[in-house]
Write a protein that binds this ligand. Structure first.
Ligand SMILES: [Cu+2]
Length: 148
């Protein structure tokens, strides 16, 4: 009887689709390559159901979405300064993430969910300032190049 229960439990476990993951992204003053004011990683691949956790490894950073720069139906988010914040992925598509005080220095990240680039133009049109704008464009190109 015990063996039968174990077998049943294993069958149920294997029927569950890929388990949701927690993906950690650090907010840093400097990364290993010497780049200043950066998310690590900057390009984040995720699937619906995953949780992306932005970690305040260094202080004086935040992570937040940008208006019109996330998939339709995906809830916007705005982390507080020097605080961790979680982004629960509910939709496929692209999301631009910025650190409010350092986006002009290029402190931005791109979330790619389900290899869905259908809202890429929205991201390119969104209001992201300074070097952050160029970085987002480069990250979209990098993600698309990796896919094809
Ligand atoms: Cu920052």
């Amino acid at each position: 009887m015990r063996k039968l229960l174990m077998t049943t439990a294993l069958l149920i476990a294997s029927a569950v689709p890929a388990l949701a993951e927690t993906i950690e992204v650090q907010m840093l003053n400097e990364n290993a390559a010497g780049d200043r004011m950066v998310f690590s990683p900057e390009l984040i691949h995720a699937e619906v159901g995953d949780v992306i956790k932005f970690i305040a490894t260094d202080r004086s950073h935040n992570a937040q979405s940008v208006r019109n720069a996330l998939p339709e139906g995906q809830e916007a988010f705005k982390g507080r300064m020097s605080q961790d914040v979680e982004y629960v992925v509910t939709e496929t598509g692209l999301t631009a993430v910025v650190c409010q005080p350092h986006q002009t220095m290029g402190m931005v990240a791109l979330i790619v969910v389900g290899d869905d680039f259908s809202n890429a133009q929205d991201i390119l049109d969104a209001r992201i300032r300074g070097a952050g704008k160029d970085k987002i464009e480069a990250l979209i190109e990098e993600a698309q190049a990796a896919q094809s």
